[in-house]
Write a protein of this length. Structure first.
Ligand code: UT7
Length: 422
């Protein structure tokens, strides 16, 4: 037995491994963003369009939130399809093959299912045959949580490549008669490819926090939630409920403090940041971030006017947009900061190391990527049928085939087919 000390300095007694006899220290790794991409639906819903849906007006929305328009997913667009497209764009910039990816995390509050995870579906559509996949639920802070988890797996040397995605189809869970929420939110996805390297830089530090006592300020009730039993009927299953003022107060309290804390832990100060990318919740909150960090407003990225609040996708979309427009240069110090349901909040400091990159060049790797996407599309039906074949006797197999064909014939378009996710 051996005395050990945990990080708080309290002593603990642990039984040492009989398997690991000589500790082989792994070399220190750094997690760098080497690819980025975003995907938003093409359908635009402007404030003027909203005037026809709820009792609101463009002037109120712009003054109180800064939002002018938002994107709304069409029937065939899903959280998975937006996430997959954003990931493919990020893979193009990174010039990495899906088969080289070790981990996929999708931060989302609007998964297609409680299970399977959206990440597993993305993994299948990409043909990322060597990747683990899971969703992460931390509402609008989800992307920062997911980046932190993936970066730490890379830093420890467990994995080398990860895709981290923030993706939402919030329009599907909106209460379109609640003018306090439906004017705010939009749909979209953003993704980054993280890669391990010995070159110092990349994700430097993060602070993740939660205060569950505020869970009722922002909720999206699902199976068996106590909210849906409220007698006043104010909360419906699969509809967003928000106490706007409560969330606003919380957001302005944590936005500057958390980023300052993340900087402070690595001996940096806000004035050293080249760009802050906050969760795109409301222009007034974004401006407040600049004020509380005592930095000029131009150093705080905003696209809330064009996309509204896309929850877990918002920081990922803003990051991809800033990188695409070369608003971020190699060597820049970035501060990411998010807050939302949970309550959760988090901040991350990252040193940008990716050199400017052009959109897909039709290289050999580009061709191999397209090949892996195509193979994934072919593999899916084959593997599914093979699984069924293994389970059924020949007579029941033929009966199942007949049933399936007749169902398709009767009801051809109840759900987008697999190919339409591509
Ligand atoms: O990503 C998750 C994080 N979420 C957030 O960060 C949201 C944070 N909260 C906010 O952004 C703001 O609280 C809102 C934009 C949601 C609301 O702005 P507000 O300045 O807090 O407005 P309010 O709710 O206090 O409403 C002020 C007035 C009310 O009328 P009275 O009672 O003063 O007569 C509302 O009924 O504005 C009215 N109002 C509207 N009027 C026109 C509320 N919504 C609307 C609307 N159009 N859409």
């Amino acid at each position: 037995m051996m005395g050990m000390t945990n990080h708080q300095g309290r002593s603990r007694r642990l039984y040492p491994s009989r398997i690991i006899r000589a500790a082989r220290p792994r070399p220190l790794r750094y997690a760098h963003v080497i690819g980025w991409g975003m995907e938003v639906p093409s359908e635009v819903l402007s404030n003027f369009d909203l005037e026809a849906i709820v009792d609101t007006n463009d002037e109120w929305i712009v003054t109180r939130t800064g939002v002018k328009e938002r994107r709304i997913a069409e029937q065939r667009e899903t959280t998975t399809s937006l996430a997959t497209r954003a990931a493919q764009k990020a893979l193009d910039i990174a010039d990495v093959l899906p088969s080289e990816i070790d981990l996929i995390i999708v931060a989302t509050a609007t998964p297609e299912h409680i299970f399977p995870s959206t990440a597993s579906m993305v993994q299948d559509f990409l043909g990322a045959s060597n990747a683990g996949a899971c969703d992460l639920s931390a509402a609008c802070t989800g992307f920062i949580y997911a980046l932190d988890m993936a970066a730490n797996k890379i830093r420890t040397g467990d994995i080398n490549n990860a895709i981290v995605i923030g993706a939402e189809t919030l329009s599907r869970v909106m209460n379109w008669s609640d003018r306090g929420t439906c004017i705010l939110f939009g749909d979209g996805a953003g993704a980054v490819v993280l890669q391990g390297s010995d070159v110092p830089g990349g994700i430097l530090n993060s602070v993740l926090r939660s205060d569950g006592s505020g869970w009722d300020l922002l909720t999206l009730p699902t199976v068996g939630s106590r909210d849906t039993y409220l007698e006043d009927g104010s909360h419906e299953m699969h509809r967003i409920y928000m106490d706007g003022k409560g969330v606003y107060r919380f957001a302005t309290r944590v936005i500057g403090d958390s980023l300052r804390q993340a900087l402070d832990q690595i001996d940096l100060t806000p004035d050293q940041l080249n760009l802050v990318i906050p969760h795109q919740a409301n222009q007034r909150i974004i401006n407040y971030a600049a004020k509380s960090l005592k930095i000029p407003e131009e150093k705080v990225y905003s696209n809330v006017a064009r996309f509204g609040n896309t929850s877990a996708a918002s920081i990922a979309i803003a990051l991809a947009e800033a990188a695409d427009s070369e608003r971020i240069k190699p060597g820049d110090l970035l501060g990411l900061v998010g807050f939302g349901g949970g309550l959760t909040w988090g901040a991350m400091v990252l040193e940008w190391s990716a050199l400017p990159s052009t959109r897909p060049t039709y290289s050999l790797t580009w061709g191999r990527r397209q090949g892996q996407y195509a193979m994934a599309g072919l593999r899916r039906p084959v593997v599914r049928w093979w699984r069924r074949l293994m389970l059924l006797s020949p007579t029941t197999w033929v009966a199942a085939l007949m049933r399936r064909l007749s169902r398709r014939h009767r009801n051809p378009s109840t759900y987008p087919s697999d190919g339409e996710h591509d």
